[in-house]
Write a protein that binds this ligand. Structure first.
Ligand code: ZN
Length: 169
């Protein structure tokens, strides 16, 4: 398993919902996905980023009292944003599938999220800050959208130039 990078065509494919029957396959990928996400210090990782076109992702839940290595990332299945509660703010964001990418993206500060957990039980949770942003980002991956698609033509061209130079180096 490896993290796919732009311009891998799989990253532009839509993902489909996880069914209960498919759960063993999901759970089998969690250890390797956790390792990859943590090696690259990502806040979250979507299945499509490792080439699996299913709607699930891992999300780091940092707290001030426990280092993240001591907490397993949360498995988020079939997520859906029910409500955007907070203000919309523009913060810098990267993507493990877009090397060198670091741009401001506008997102809600707080969301109400519906998802299914590792036991395939439906849950609703309120997320704030980096977790709210990360989930909104992962949901875009499920529709085959990259942050790149949200840039102006000029900003996209600049990024692609930087990326080409990086690949040649
Ligand atoms: Zn991403």
């Amino acid at each position: 398993m490896k993290i796919l990078r732009y311009p891998d065509p799989l990253l532009l494919q839509p993902s489909i919902d996880v069914t209960e029957e498919y759960m063993p396959d999901v759970l089998a990928t969690v250890p390797a996905m956790t390792r990859l996400m943590r090696e690259r210090k990502g806040a979250a990782l979507a299945a499509v980023q490792v080439g699996i076109l299913r709607r699930y992702c891992l999300l780091e839940m940092h707290t001030t009292t426990a280092p993240k290595e001591t907490i397993a990332p949360v498995l988020i299945i079939n997520p859906k944003i029910l409500l955007e509660v907070g203000r919309r703010t523009r913060e810098f964001e990267g993507c493990l599938s877009l090397p060198l990418f670091w741009e401001r993206m506008e997102r809600s500060d707080e969301i109400l999220l519906q998802y299914w957990d590792r036991d395939f039980i439906e849950r609703t949770v309120s997320l704030e800050g980096i977790q709210a942003r990360a989930i909104a980002h992962e949901i875009e991956h499920f529709s085959g959208t990259l942050q790149l698609d949200k840039l102006s033509v000029m900003a996209k061209a600049m990024y692609l130039k930087k990326l080409k130079k990086h690949i040649r180096a």
